[in-house]
Design a protein around this ligand. Structure first.
Ligand code: ZN
Length: 123
């Protein structure tokens, strides 16, 4: 394959959601953004970008989590009312859905914030 056959992607513009889910550093693109599923690393292990500084001000994380939990609880109650599944079935379904949704939302939210702050710090 010749070098000029590379796919014509926009330079430095990976899909935002995929960047969030795989935790790509806004500076170097390494998968170093998250130290835990929903916790930002303190700094990029590849390029040393100070992520704590970028995260500062991202104080709405708790609000985002609570809103999402509220939406999920309302959805769970609605489905319970509608289908009346046994309790174990509800737990089996909602426990992983809730955990997965909260983690995904936090990752996307934190990545969005860090990318925003990073752009600001570059200008
Ligand atoms: Zn980096």
């Amino acid at each position: 394959m010749r070098p000029d056959e590379s796919p014509n992607q926009e330079k430095g513009q990976p899909g935002f959601v995929s960047a969030a889910l795989s935790g790509l550093c806004p500076s170097c693109g390494a998968r170093t953004l998250f130290a835990a599923p929903a916790a930002l690393a303190e700094e990029c292990r590849a390029c040393g970008l100070d992520l704590r500084k970028l995260e500062r001000g991202g104080r709405f994380v708790g609000v985002v989590t609570m809103l999402l939990a509220l939406v999920l609880i309302v959805a769970a109650l609605g489905i319970d009312e509608w289908l009346r599944p046994p309790l174990w079935a509800s737990l089996l379904f909602w426990a992983p859905v809730t955990v997965g949704a909260v983690i995904a939302a936090l990752r996307i939210y934190k990545t969005m914030w860090v990318y925003h702050e990073y752009e600001e710090s570059q200008s």
